[in-house]
Design a protein around this ligand. Structure first.
Ligand code: NAD
Length: 290
C-alpha cells in the first residue's frame, strides 16, 4: 500500500463515495488501498453492513494472495468511514463519486446534494446515462465528469473517463491522477450514450439472453462459445450475473431510449428481474451462486 498521499501536492488524498453497493464498496477499497481517506455515504443500514463484510472478505483475499500485508489491511479499513447522509461528507474533498442506482432523477438529486459539500471534483459512475444531462443539475459543471469503474473494482484495471461538454481540464487531470494512484489504466471518451464500454458489453449480453430465450443452447454453452471461440475471460451470461440483472435492465432501458430498439431488453431479462433473480447478489441468475 502507498503511504498517506497528503504530503504529495497534486495527489488525491480524500475521496467521497455515495452509495455503498457493489461499485461503491469496490471504489472505497481501491481508494483506501491507494492511501486516500474515504468517506462512504449509504442510506440503507443493511447495505453498510454488507459493505463492511465485503471489505473484510476482499482484505482477507488480498492478504492470502500476497497483494497486501496484514498491517496494511488494518490501515486500509481504518481509512474508510461510513456516513448516512450526504450532508455529513467533509467539505472540499478532492473527488466525490456517486454510485447510486442507474436512475436519472435519483442521480440528479444526489449530485445536487454532493455539490453543496463543495468537492473539487464530482464524478458519476453511471454506466450509460448522459454526463451532460447529469451535469446540467450542477452549478459548476466544469468540476463534473464520468468515472466509470468496472466490477469487481479491485480486479479490473480500467477506468473509463467520460468528458462532458463543460468538463474542465482540472477535473480530468484529477481523475487521471486518481486512476494512476489506484494502479488503473484510463481511457478518455466523449459523452455518447453507452460511452465505449457499456455499448459493446451490453449488446453482447442482450444477444446472449435472446439466444437463451430462443433455445439456441444452454447458458453454459452460450458462455463457452464466447470464452473458447473468442477468448472472452467470462461469458456474457455469467458477466450479467456478476453485474446484476437489475443493473443490466436499467442500462438497456436507457440505451433503448437513446440508441433505439437494438438495445430493447429481452422479455426473459425483465421476467427474471421481476422474480428477484438478480444474479450473484441474489444467489440466482442465469447460474446458481452459493
Ligand atoms: P447497487 O444497487 O449495488 O448499489 C447502489 C447503492 O446506493 C445501494 O446500496 C443503495 O442503498 C445506495 N443508495 C441509493 N440512494 C442513495 C442515497 N440517496 N444516498 C446514499 N446511498 C444511496 O448498484 P451498483 O451495481 O453498485 O451500481 C451503481 C452505479 O454504478 C449504477 O449507476 C450502475 O449503472 C453503475 N455501474 C455498475 C456496475 C456493476 O457491475 N454493477 C459496473 C459499472 C457501473
Amino acid at each position: 500500500m502507498s503511504k498517506s498521499q497528503s504530503d504529495h501536492p497534486g495527489q488525491i488524498s480524500s475521496i467521497g463515495v455515495v452509495g455503498a453497493g457493489t461499485m461503491g464498496t469496490g471504489i472505497a477499497y481501491v481508494a483506501a488501498l491507494a492511501g486516500c481517506a474515504v468517506s462512504v455515504v449509504e442510506s440503507t443500514p443493511a447495505a453498510t453492513q454488507k459493505m463492511w463484510a465485503a471489505l473484510a472478505d476482499a482484505v482477507e483475499s488480498g492478504v492470502k494472495k500476497g497483494r497486501i500485508t496484514g498491517s496494511d489491511s488494518s490501515l486500509l479499513v481504518s481509512r474508510i468511514s461510513a456516513l448516512t447522509h450526504i450532508d455529513e461528507l467533509p467539505a472540499s474533498l478532492d473527488i466525490v463519486i456517486e454510485t447510486v442506482p442507474e436512475d436519472l432523477p435519483l442521480k440528479i438529486d444526489v449530485l445536487t446534494q454532493i455539490e453543496r459539500r463543495s468537492p473539487k471534483v464530482i464524478a458519476s459512475n453511471t454506466s450509460a446515462l448522459s454526463i451532460d444531462e447529469l451535469g446540467s443539475s450542477i452549478n459548476e459543471p466544469g468540476r463534473f465528469l464520468g468515472m466509470h469503474f468496472f466490477n469487481p473494482v479491485w480486479s479490473i484495471k480500467l477506468i473509463e473517463l467520460v468528458i462532458g461538454k463543460d468538463t474542465g481540464q482540472a477535473a480530468v487531470d484529477a481523475a487521471i491522477q486518481f486512476s494512476r494512484q489506484t494502479g488503473k489504466e484510463h481511457l478518455l471518451v466523449k459523452d455518447h450514450p453507452g460511452f465505449a464500454t457499456s455499448r459493446l458489453d451490453l449488446i453482447a449480453s442482450l444477444e446472449a439472453i435472446r439466444m437463451l430465450e430462443a433455445g439456441v443452447a444452454s447458458a453454459t454453452d452460450i458462455d463457452r462459445a464466447a470464452e473458447l471461440a473468442y477468448g472472452h475471460p467470462v461469458g456474457p451470461l455469467r458477466l450479467t450475473d456478476i453485474v446484476g440483472l437489475d443493473v443490466r435492465l436499467d442500462i438497456a432501458r436507457a440505451l433503448e431510449k437513446s440508441l433505439g430498439s437494438r438495445f430493447a431488453p429481452p422479455g426473459l431479462l425483465i421476467d427474471m428481474v421481476n422474480k428477484g433473480e438478480l444474479g450473484q447478489k441474489s444467489g440466482k441468475g442465469f447460474f446458481e451462486w452459493v
